[in-house]
Design a protein around this ligand. Structure first.
Ligand SMILES: Nc1ncnc2c1ncn2[C@@H]1O[C@H](COP(=O)(O)OP(=O)(O)OP(=O)(O)O)[C@@H](O)[C@H]1O
Length: 338
């Protein structure tokens, strides 16, 4: 029997496909009560990891468990974990309602659940339409409804924002947040674009080349951001020198003739330039965004202001965590929330 904790534990998980190390020694824990983003560039190993978690791919080594058990040992898995993976097919000539009813019967839930879920995901008016004519976003919603049939404790979604319009993303955010927070469920959402899921998630696991690069609260990652000031002086070399002589070390000339300064205010820089008699034609404050931080963590190719961002680091688990979608009628998300 599983432990009912709602916890996902990935431990030293590796998968090799021939010569390709798709996942290498990956470890992280996902707790209930928040939405965790599982992020990495294309090919980082996200889908492979999720497929191992869902018992669709056998790990080369290590383990991936839900409620302390591998997927194969969960009993009635649809009651424990619901999932939406990429490229999931629907029988094209089956209506949305019938699709859900087939799955409902397979896991022993009543037919009426199909209509409840169609309403929930905003597909109520498309219930009798064939899934083969659905747009990408509508298919996403139908897939989510399928995943929710068993009222699972754990929800695993691979790239759920693909094909969604802004309204759909907003709905999804509200839905996932309330599912995780108010109902103490575990939600794991993968994406290769941080800014697409930034509004959805609280915790984040960032991987690249199959390895964990960051693991912790999104808020902590945000706090690591540092702004920089881009200064356009009459004499860049003289400004660099003057700033350094006044103890400002995070200074570097940019290829376009400006000077990038991190860790100092516009006023401080302006005062020092004036004192040194260097004319300044403009200053621009630039806030590093999370996406650049993500890029830096996963590619190691960020060329930004000196000192930004802070060194990439493997973060331990957050405090308190144990180690260890147009065709025909346009549809919108926005069904009532539970
Ligand atoms: N069945 C397979 N056979 C051989 N190689 C595979 C197989 N599945 C995945 N790979 C390889 O494993 C690596 C990781 O792929 P995976 O699909 O897990 O990455 P991903 O992070 O989900 O990427 P994306 O964001 O593009 O979906 C890639 O190099 C991919 O080509």
């Amino acid at each position: 029997m599983h432990d009912g904790s709602g916890r996902i534990v990935v431990q030293n998980l590796s998968k090799q496909f021939g010569a390709v190390n798709a996942v290498q020694n990956l470890s992280f824990t996902v707790e209930p009560g928040s939405v965790t983003g599982f992020l990495g560039p294309n090919g980082a190993g996200k889908t492979t990891t999720l497929r191992m978690l869902l018992g669709l791919v056998t790990p080369t080594s290590g383990s991936a468990t839900i409620n302390g058990r591998p997927h194969a040992q969960l009993g009635n898995p649809a009651r424990v974990v619901g999932s939406v993976l990429e490229n999931e097919g629907f029988h094209p000539s089956r209506t949305a309602r019938n699709h859900l009813r087939v799955y409902a019967a397979a896991i022993g839930v009543p037919d009426r659940r199909a209509d409840e879920l169609l309403g929930l995901v905003g597909l109520g008016s498309a219930a009798d339409r064939k899934a083969g004519g659905f747009s990408l976003g509508m298919r996403q919603r139908l897939a989510l409804a399928t995943a929710l049939l068993g009222d699972p404790q754990v929800l695993v979604l691979d790239e759920p924002t693909n094909g969604l319009d802004p309204e759909g993303i907003l709905w999804l955010r509200n839905f996932l947040r309330s599912y995780a927070r108010e109902q103490r469920r575990t939600v794991l959402v993968s994406s290769h674009l941080l800014n697409e899921v930034e509004q959805l998630i609280d915790q984040v696991v960032i991987i690249s080349q199959g390895v964990t690069r960051y693991y912790g609260p999104l808020e902590q990652l945000r706090k690591g951001q540092q702004s920089r000031v881009l200064v356009q002086p009459a004499d860049p070399g003289a400004l660099v020198k003057a700033l350094q002589e006044n103890g400002i070390q995070q200074v570097s000339p940019t290829p376009d003739g400006r000077v990038a300064v991190a860790g100092s205010s516009v006023q401080q820089i302006g005062d020092l330039a004036a004192k040194a008699g260097i004319a300044v034609y403009g200053m621009q404050e630039e806030h590093a965004d999370l996406e650049r931080m993500f890029f830096q963590l996963t590619q190691g190719q960020y060329a930004g202001a000196p000192g930004f961002p802070p060194q990439p680091q493997y973060q331990g688990p957050p405090p308190g965590y144990p180690q260890q979608y147009q065709q025909g009628q346009q549809q919108h998300w926005g069904g009532p929330q539970r």
